[in-house]
Write a protein that binds this ligand. Structure first.
Ligand SMILES: C[S@@+](CC[C@H](N)C(=O)[O-])C[C@H]1O[C@@H](n2cnc3c(N)ncnc32)[C@H](O)[C@@H]1O
Length: 619
C-alpha cells in the first residue's frame, strides 16, 4: 500500500512538472480570459480517485488524494520595457539590486500593495505570457524580503523529561504555592455558578437574600451525602453517570469551601466591628474587656471551647488579611494552600502582602472573564456582584505593579487608532487566497491508515481522534484530542522595557508542554507585517495574527527564548504549536523570531539578554 501512495505522490509531482515544462517551453501567450479577473492567479491541480463504473450518476466524489498549486503570478513574465526583448528582460529581472535602486522594496513580479490592483493589472496585462520562474535558482536570497516573517524552529520539540540541573534550585515558598494554587483554580474547570450547582441538586435557586444562599449552601453537604449513598447503589454500573455525579458533588463542595472562607473572613471583620461598637457604647470598660466578652459570646454560639475558637480565629484572620490584600477572588479561588499559609504564617509579612496586593486586579481580570458568575457568591457577604472586567480574558492588559488593567485596544491606540482584534480559537482560512482549500492539509504517509480512514500521529504512531474514546495520541493533550481546550494560565501584560504588551506565565510550564497553538488568518503573500511562515510538502502559507488570533499573538522575541515553535499534524492538518522549553511561573513567555524576521528591519531587539543578536548600536 505504501508504494501505492508513493505512486500517487509521484503522479501528482509528474503532472505538476509536465505543466511547468509545457509552460516553460512554450513561453506563449496563453489565451485564458479568466486570468484577467484575478489579482494573484494560481493554478490548482487536484487528483481524486473515483469509480468510473457504469453507475456514474449515483457516484459520490471520492477522497482527494493529491493537491498541487502552481503560483502563476510567480511564473508570469513582467511587462517588458518597450526597448527590451524577452531575453533582455530576463536579464534585468535577475538583478534585484537594480530594482531596489528604484526605491521599491518589492520584487519585480509581485504586486506592490500600495498600488492596489492597478499596478498589478498593468504589469500582468502588459504580457499575458507565462513562463517558469527561475527565481529561486538564479536569485541570491535577499533577507530583507523576509523581514517580519517568523520562521518555525526546525529543531525537534523540547524533550519532556527535564535534564537534571546542577544549578541551585529554590523551592517555592508557601506564598508562591498559594499564588500558583489560586491561578490553577482560576484556570481550572471549576463551576462557581451557585445557581447552576444548586439547580443540579434540585435545591431552589438562590433568589432570596444572602441568608437564603447560606442556608442552601449549608444544606448542600447533607444533600450530597444522601445522593451519594443512593448513587452508590443505583448507578455504579454506569461509569459515565458516576463521573457526572462525582463532578457535581466535587463542584458543590468546592463552592461550599469558597463560601466558608469568605464568610469566615467577613465574620472576622464583624467581630472587630462588634468590639469597636461595644467600646464606643460603654467606654468605661477597656477594649480588652469588651473583646473578651464578644469572644465568649461567640464561643457560646459556636459551641466551641475558647482554644478551639482562638485557633480558628487565627486562621480566619489570615483569610481576612489575604482578602484585604488580594481581594475576594483570592479567597474564592484559593486552593488548600491558603489554609497552610494562614495557619503557619511562614513568610506572612509585609512583602507577602505587597505581592498579593499587586495581584489583586490581575486576579479579578482572570476571575471575571473566566468565571463570570463568581461574584454571585459575594452576595453572601453583602458585596457587589457587578463584574469589573467583562469579556475575553485577553481583552485586558494587566500590570505587574498592580495598576488598573487596560482594555487591549487602548494599549494600541497611540500607534494604530484603527486597532481591532478578534479572539479566535481556530484558525480561519483566507478564502481570497485559498478558496475552499486548507493549505495546511498534509496527507498521511501511512497508506494503511489512509485507506482505513484512521489518522495516525506522525510522532507517536498512535491513532488521533477528536473523540476522547478513540484518541490515543497524547503528544499535546492540552491542545488536541481533548473535549475542550482549557484556558491557558497566562495573561497579556504590559512589559516594562518598551516592547509594548507581552505574555506572562501564571504557573510554570514544564519543558515539552504545549503553551498553545498559533492560530490566526491562514494566508499567503503578507509582507512587512509580523507573520509566521510555514509550509507542508504541498504548500507554503502564513499565519497572520494582525487582526484575529489568540494569545500567541502577544509573544515577544528573545535571543534566549523559553518557548519554541514547532509544527504538529493533527487529523491531517498541520498546526504550529508553541512548546515550552521550561518556563517558571511569573516569567515572560518568549520565542526566537529567527534571523529572517529581523533581517533588514530597522528595529532594535530589547530582549536584554547578554547573547542578544539583534541589538543595534546605542540601545
Ligand atoms: C508578535 S508581536 C508581539 C506583541 C507585541 N509586543 C504587542 O504589544 O503587540 C511582535 C512585535 O512586538 C515587538 N517586539 C517583540 N519582541 C521584541 C524585542 N525583543 N525587542 C523589541 N521589540 C519586540 C515588536 O514591535 C514586534 O513587531
Amino acid at each position: 500500500m505504501t508504494s501505492g501512495v508513493q505512486n500517487i505522490e509521484r503522479l501528482s509531482e509528474c503532472i505538476e512538472r509536465a505543466i511547468q515544462e509545457h509552460l516553460a517551453k512554450s513561453n506563449i501567450n496563453i489565451p485564458w480570459p479568466q486570468l484577467d479577473g484575478l489579482n494573484r492567479p494560481v493554478l490548482r491541480i487536484e487528483a481524486f480517485l473515483e469509480d468510473a463504473g457504469p453507475r456514474r450518476t449515483a457516484r459520490a466524489r471520492s477522497e482527494r488524494v493529491a493537491s498541487r498549486t502552481l503560483d502563476l503570478a510567480r511564473m508570469m513574465t513582467p511587462a517588458p520595457a518597450p526597448s527590451l526583448t524577452v531575453d533582455q528582460h530576463e536579464c534585468k529581472e535577475t538583478s534585484p539590486t537594480e530594482e531596489n535602486s528604484h526605491g521599491s522594496p518589492y520584487s519585480s513580479w509581485e504586486p506592490d500593495p500600495t498600488e492596489h490592483n492597478n499596478g498589478w493589472d498593468r504589469r500582468r496585462k502588459g504580457t499575458g505570457g507565462l513562463r517558469v520562474s527561475h527565481k529561486q535558482s538564479v536569485f541570491q536570497e535577499d533577507l530583507s524580503e523576509h523581514q517580519r516573517q517568523m520562521q518555525i524552529d526546525t529543531r525537534s520539540f523540547p524533550k519532556r523529561k527535564k535534564v537534571a540541573s546542577d544549578k541551585l534550585v529554590f523551592q517555592p515558598s508557601t506564598l508562591d504555592k498559594l499564588i500558583i494554587g489560586i491561578w490553577e483554580q482560576v484556570h481550572g474547570s471549576i463551576n462557581l455558578d451557585p445557581k447552576a450547582i444548586f439547580e443540579q441538586f434540585q435545591v431552589a435557586p438562590s433568589t432570596g437574600p444572602a441568608t437564603d444562599v447560606i442556608r442552601q449552601a449549608q444544606t448542600q453537604e447533607g444533600t450530597a451525602m444522601t445522593m451519594l449513598s443512593t448513587a452508590a447503589n443505583t448507578i455504579c454500573d454506569s461509569f459515565s453517570q458516576m463521573n457526572v455525579f462525582c463532578r457535581k458533588v466535587t463542584q458543590a463542595s468546592r463552592v461550599c469551601r469558597s463560601i466558608e472562607m469568605i464568610v469566615q473572613a467577613r465574620w472576622t471583620e464583624l467581630f472587630e466591628d462588634q468590639v469597636r461598637y461595644r467600646s464606643q457604647s460603654k467606654p468605661e470598660f477597656s477594649t480588652t474587656k469588651h473583646r473578651k466578652a464578644v469572644f465568649m459570646e461567640a464561643c457560646q454560639d459556636f459551641g466551641w471551647s475558647e482554644k478551639e475558637l482562638r485557633n480558628k480565629m487565627a486562621i480566619w484572620r489570615g483569610y481576612k488579611e489575604v482578602k484585604d490584600a488580594a481581594g475576594w477572588a483570592a479567597l474564592v479561588f484559593a486552593g488548600m494552600g491558603i489554609y497552610r499559609f494562614c495557619k503557619y504564617r511562614v513568610g506572612f509579612d509585609k512583602d507577602a502582602m505587597r505581592r498579593l496586593k499587586n495581584l489583586r486586579k490581575r486576579l479579578e481580570v482572570a476571575a471575571d472573564t473566566l468565571h463570570p458568575h463568581w461574584r454571585q457568591l459575594l452576595a453572601i457577604v453583602g458585596e457587589s456582584q457587578t463584574l469589573q472586567y467583562p469579556g475575553h480574558p485577553h481583552e485586558w492588559v494587566v500590570f505587574d505593579d498592580g495598576s488598573d488593567p487596560l482594555p487591549l485596544r487602548q494599549t494600541y491606540m497611540l500607534h494604530d487608532p484603527y486597532f481591532a482584534f478578534e479572539h479566535i480559537e481556530e484558525s480561519v482560512i483566507d478564502e481570497s487566497v485559498w478558496g475552499c482549500e486548507d493549505p495546511r492539509w498534509t496527507p498521511q504517509s501511512n497508506a494503511v491508515a489512509r485507506t482505513s480512514g484512521v489518522y495516525i500521529c506522525a510522532l507517536c504512531n498512535e491513532p488521533q481522534s477528536d473523540d476522547a474514546q478513540e484518541n490515543s495520541c497524547f503528544c499535546f493533550p492540552s491542545l488536541f484530542g481533548c473535549v475542550k481546550r482549557k484556558p491557558a494560565p497566562l495573561q497579556v501584560y504590559r512589559t516594562a522595557v518598551g516592547k509594548n504588551n507581552g505574555l506572562v506565565a501564571l504557573t510554570s510550564f514544564d519543558r515539552g508542554i504545549a503553551i498553545g497553538e498559533l492560530v490566526g488568518l491562514i494566508t499567503k503573500g503578507v509582507r512587512h507585517l509580523d507573520v509566521m511562515d510555514s509550509s507542508t510538502p504541498l504548500a507554503s502559507y502564513q499565519i497572520w495574527q494582525g487582526r484575529m488570533g489568540n494569545y500567541t499573538r502577544f509573544i515577544n522575541h528573545s535571543c534566549k527564548p523559553n518557548a519554541q515553535s514547532s509544527t504538529f499534524t493533527w487529523l491531517d492538518t498541520q498546526r504550529v504549536v508553541l512548546v515550552s522549553k521550561g518556563i517558571d511561573a511569573g516569567a515572560e513567555i518568549t520565542l526566537d523570531y529567527g534571523d529572517k524576521y529581523w533581517a533588514g528591519l530597522d528595529k532594535s531587539c530589547l530582549c536584554g539578554e547578554s547573547c542578544c543578536r539583534y541589538r543595534r548600536d546605542g540601545s
